[in-house]
Design a protein around this ligand. Structure first.
Ligand code: ZN
Length: 524
């Protein structure tokens, strides 16, 4: 039987040079008939569809449709984009985000900059890593945040050191509180548009499936609506958000939410935040932060969940058949996550729920081997493993030299037999898998290839990176029909516009064609 689509004479990743066919959503022999579309694959590489194991598609898509600062790099550009948006959208809140901390002294932008361009309407803009927000005076006023407002339990209001007045930056829980309770919530239609915009962008980068690392009831409903309308062309696993202000009683709600699925949307994971980020000292460390000048502090950061509750929660979730996806940046958070899985293994035995821990910025050497022992997948954000201003100014001085050398230990994890998955954390950083893989391989930012590699002993090879972004991420997405180019697999594949010879220029390789479940969803 003839294929619907055939790519000829391509380099087929993991297979060799040859032809590949697609029919009825599957990879089939490359039999050409009168109706077959034939694409010349000479000089190209076909790889399995990329899967992003940690991404915030609805949120990123929403920001792309609002104020999108991710592609800008200076304070001046940010202010110009915000002013342009305000001029084009006359009423209500101005929301979106994507600013990065190094563009502001101390990493904290000020309300006065926003007041100068938008004095009369509230502005609320998350930063690129979504651990803080920048507000103008109007937004602070509507939120009721003044010098007299105490910090919330899991967050902090940046204040003037003399007057206590809020200066315009909110950290962590303080930002989330305003986002949840003060900023207007997007409508169902806005969420659907956001997911479609995100999906379009991800397909253009060769991504055919992902794990949404923060699914709310509202985004879950939007995903299901799109899936039922046949508009969700990616395969999506939804990670339901663990509410850190509640206890084990929320598991009943999570079980009820797991029932609300649709073909192509599987809300079978629970995401638990264990800590924050190092740049604002909310990452949980085993030993205290340094003070940035070679001295010590007694601050070991925040753990967002009590370790005993975490172990109980992971054990119960594991027994209920959930996959657990944990956010862990600091070495104390990573250890808490591993301890929790160990408690679950002790109570429940081994199973195939495929728990994973994401980010892994700082892993204590004693914990490296525990990933393989406990069958925990390392969900790696490769793009972060390079030197940039954020690393040099906001991270290394506060970790001190010895701990700074333990960051993103991907090669050590591989050597210890750990299974890797990869994810972008988009819109925190670029969603382009080839950019991320190049960083993982070179430990250099593709924008600064002549720079100094960041801890080059932790470079991984191209095969490891490609496997992680395809089969590895498919594994944590419980997607056993994808991740390879084997005949019979679901036809999720990507044609790259070059042979993959030099890993050093991987990020420059064009993504020419994306096929998801047999349908062409992107063509350049
Ligand atoms: Zn994330």
């Amino acid at each position: 039987m003839a294929a619907e689509l055939v790519i000829t004479a391509a380099n087929l990743w993991g297979v060799g040079k040859g032809d590949i066919g697609v029919r009825d959503g599957r990879i089939v022999p490359a039999e050409v008939g009168p109706d077959t579309e034939v694409i010349d694959g000479r000089g190209k590489t076909v790889v399995p569809g990329f899967q992003d194991a940690h991404v915030h598609t609805p949120f990123a898509g929403l920001n792309r449709l609002r104020v999108w600062l991710n592609d800008a790099d200076t304070r001046e550009d940010y202010l110009r984009i915000i002013a342009d948006h305000a001029a084009g959208n006359k009423d209500g809140w101005i929301t979106g985000g994507g600013w990065s901390m190094p563009q502001f002294p101390g990493g904290t932008p000020r309300k006065e900059d926003l007041d100068a361009i938008v004095p009369d309407r509230p502005v609320f803009l998350f930063n690129r890593d979504v651990h803080g927000a920048w507000l103008n005076s109007k937004a602070l006023e509507l939120a009721g945040i003044t010098a007299g407002t105490p910090d919330p339990p899991h967050g902090r209001v940046e204040r003037d050191s003399l007057t206590g007045e809020p200066t315009g930056t909110l950290h962590e829980g303080a930002a989330y509180w305003v986002n949840e309770h003060v900023v207007p919530t997007p409508t169902r239609g806005q969420w659907e548009a956001a997911i479609l915009e995100g999906q379009r962008h991800l397909h253009s980068l060769g991504i055919t499936g992902w794990q949404d690392a923060w699914v709310t009831p509202a985004t879950q409903a939007a995903y299901i609506a799109l899936a039922e309308q046949g508009q969700l062309s990616a395969r999506v696993v939804g990670a339901l958000w663990w509410d850190r202000n509640r206890g084990l009683e929320q598991i009943d709600d999570l079980l009820a939410r797991r029932e609300r699925s649709a073909p192509g949307f599987h809300p079978t994971t629970v995401k638990i935040m264990l800590d924050g980020v190092l740049e604002n000292y909310t990452g949980a460390l085993l030993e205290p932060y340094c003070d940035g000048c070679g001295g010590h502090t007694d601050n070991t950061g925040l753990s967002f969940i009590d370790p005993e509750l975490l172990s109980a929660a992971v054990t119960r979730l594991d027994a209920s058949g959930f996959q657990v996806h944990m956010h862990a940046i600091g070495d104390r958070a990573v250890r808490m996550g591993l301890d929790a899985v160990q408690a679950a293994r002790t109570a429940n035995g081994r199973n195939d729920h495929r728990h994973h821990i994401a980010h892994l910025q700082l892993v204590h050497p004693d914990d490296i081997g525990r990933f393989a022992q406990l069958e925990v997948t390392a969900n790696c954000q490769m793009y972060w493993a390079s030197t940039d201003e954020q690393m040099e100014e906001l991270t290394i001085p506060f970790l001190g030299p010895e701990r700074a050398d333990l960051q993103y230990p991907f090669a050590s994890l591989v050597a210890a037999g750990t299974r890797l998955a990869m994810g972008s954390d988009w819109s925190v950083s670029s969603a382009n898998p080839l950019v991320q893989m190049e960083v993982g391989i070179t430990r250099l930012d593709p924008g600064n290839r002549d720079g100094v590699a960041f801890l080059p002993s932790q470079c991984i090879d191209l095969g490891t990176a490609m496997t992680a972004f395809t089969a590895g991420s498919a594994f944590v997405n419980h997607d056993d029909e994808a991740g390879t180019l084997r005949a019979g697999s679901r036809a999720d594949l990507v044609m790259l516009g070059a042979k993959l010879e030099s890993a050093r220029s991987l990020a420059d390789v064009p993504i020419e064609l994306t096929v998801a479940a047999g349908r062409i969803v992107h063509r350049s």
